[in-house]
Design a binder for this molecule. Sequence first.
Ligand code: FES
Ligand SMILES: [Fe+2]
Length: 342
Amino acid sequence: MTASSADGRLNNTHRALERCWHPVARSGEIGERPARVLLLGKPYVAFRSHGELVAFADRCPHRLAPLSLGSLDGGQLRCAYHGWCFDRSGRCVEIPSLGPGAYLPPAARLQAPAGVHERFGMVFIAPQEPLVGLPSIPEAEQTGFEMLELAPTEARASAGLMADNFLDFAHFPFVHAGTFGTDESKVLAPYEVERDGFSFKVVYEHPFANREDPGVAAGIRPLVQTRRMTYLYQAPFFLSLRLEFLEARGTSVIGFFIQPEDDERCRLYTTLWRDDLGEDPAARADAIAFEQRVLNEDLVVQSRYDELSLPLDLRTEVHTRADRNTMELRRVLAELVLAANS
Ligand code: FES
Ligand SMILES: [Fe+2]
């Protein structure tokens, strides 16, 4: 193992993750009030100033008070403690205790992350110059797909282990027996992993229990059907799964975006892109509720890990050919750690 993490593991606050993009909020959560978000163990303050999205370290340069306690004053951020005021570039423009026209120390500047961006109805931050781009989801740009958002889920979890869990498809008959898991998908056929830089893709067809299909209840189609899964992993914690239902028709894309908040906690954003729900609000609500049940099934296991980090040294765990994609996850992240250190 050559990755420099001291014990060959990737925890939620690993320094290499500073060189990556991470989701920190749904777009609707960031408005014209300072909001505090936590990323890699560090708080940031995010808000919109005259429509422009901005974020800074949540620390006033004066007495280090949390700026998220402050307020917006004409689009400028005013600290709640002594009222220092900062423009949207982070420059201090007023120190009330010195009176008008006073000399303002140049060090009175807010610290901005390397990048702030909005995509798929989410706000992303890159604390340091990112080594990898923002995620892309082709269906998000295609007509015919509508976007459905699950409420963000807070959990005691490791981002690396959650990514591992999303990519893993040997657990379906066990963890998801109550939703879509079925015994027919227990044995996994060999599959290929298509690597591309810090991302990879896997395509796999398998039987599954289509409990969401109204055709099953109507007796038109059998419960166990076939679906084609296309997994797309993009470092560090962006995952999508395109599901094509070969009998019932329709396509569903599950996007899963993980915010490593601190060593013990993650905030999880699940977004669905569906082309098969039509205008029916009940069908949309059902799709969201179903996906939340699936996530909750996963969290039963994921939140109970004693050690909340992903082993990057392949000798730490036992791997089989059924684990090819999750081994690739470890390789990509180990390379990312190396790249961040070089
Ligand atoms: S701590 Fe912010 S103005 Fe003093
Ligand atoms: Fe799962």
